[in-house]
Write a protein that binds this ligand. Sequence first.
Ligand SMILES: NC(=O)c1ccc[n+]([C@@H]2O[C@H](COP(=O)([O-])OP(=O)(O)OC[C@H]3O[C@@H](n4cnc5c(N)ncnc54)[C@H](O)[C@@H]3O)[C@@H](O)[C@H]2O)c1
Length: 325
Amino acid sequence: MYKAKIDLKYNSCLVTGGAGFIGSHICEEAVNQGKRVICLDNMVAGKEENIAGLRDKKNFTFFRADVTDLETIVPQFKEVDIVFHNAASKCTVCRQDPFLDLKVNTWGTWCVLEASRLAKVKKVIVASTGSVYGEARYLPQDEEHPVKPRSNYGVSKLAGERYAEVFKEYYGLDYSVIRYFHVYGPRQESAEWGGVIPIFIRRAWQDKPLTIFGDGSQVRSFTYVKDDVNANFLLANDSRANGQVYNAASGIKVTILELAGLVKELMGKTSLPVEFADWRSGDIKVFDINNSKIKELGLSFETDFRAGLQATIDWYKGYFKAQRI
Ligand SMILES: NC(=O)c1ccc[n+]([C@@H]2O[C@H](COP(=O)([O-])OP(=O)(O)OC[C@H]3O[C@@H](n4cnc5c(N)ncnc54)[C@H](O)[C@@H]3O)[C@@H](O)[C@H]2O)c1
């Protein structure tokens, strides 16, 4: 299903949040390409099982640390060519604890940039989110769309983007911002605070009704995780991307209701009921994303949604069996 991949041109990289969902896929691909990889994670949401397959590789090192602890992390950045900054406190957590969001996503990003500057890292790829746009003023949303985040999380991530701009201006530190949108694939958190795709897969696996918040007309632009690994490597490699912001979304449009139907179909559980609950505050109704800027650099989003979903379901079936879920 997944064909093309981009070779990272650098010899070494550090991945913050490397034991998390997206970060572990970046680590895995970089290790497979023979790069020296440092995975830095405080394991607040990261999982040992996400990196278990990398532990015995000579070119992989795990370092448990908090990105907000500048003094501790600085030495890890020495002799690193490029940093993929994926560590974050994410939205479900921040509603309970906005300060944690501010601390990790804003101050933590500042620390990662500062450590990169001190260690003379060549470039930082800052993971951001489509949530920085807020409710769409026009569709499809391109990178010029005004930013008006509607959540603590979105505000804290936008501040992280802005710090990257400042570091470039003050110190010439190269960066690219990659805005992700509803990334899915193996290893995403499937508990109730996880992504909608693994939550639906898990509930269907357990023969529980699928719960939709609102009427299910919300539109999402799901993107397969391997395509976003490619997007990270492309932005890392290409100097035209320096100082730029990119939407890294597949560009597809799927409603949550359609998703529920597809998960039921692909799992052979078409009779499973769907329940509707109240809209969640801050939920953005439509993500219709213009990805032409990143495509102009040469990226193609290879993965067909149905095929990506099937691959994801297949992975979770093995995972749930092994975990006795
Ligand atoms: N998954 C998506 O659809 C999506 C969408 C938009 C943006 N993002 C962004 O992508 C990045 C990766 O997200 P993910 O889905 O892989 O999430 P994840 O929760 O699976 O991974 C985040 C990782 O960061 C680690 N972490 C958290 N706080 C830390 C700290 N203070 N110090 C060190 N490590 C810390 C966690 O332990 C975890 O392993 C994040 O920056 C997130 O904001 C993800």
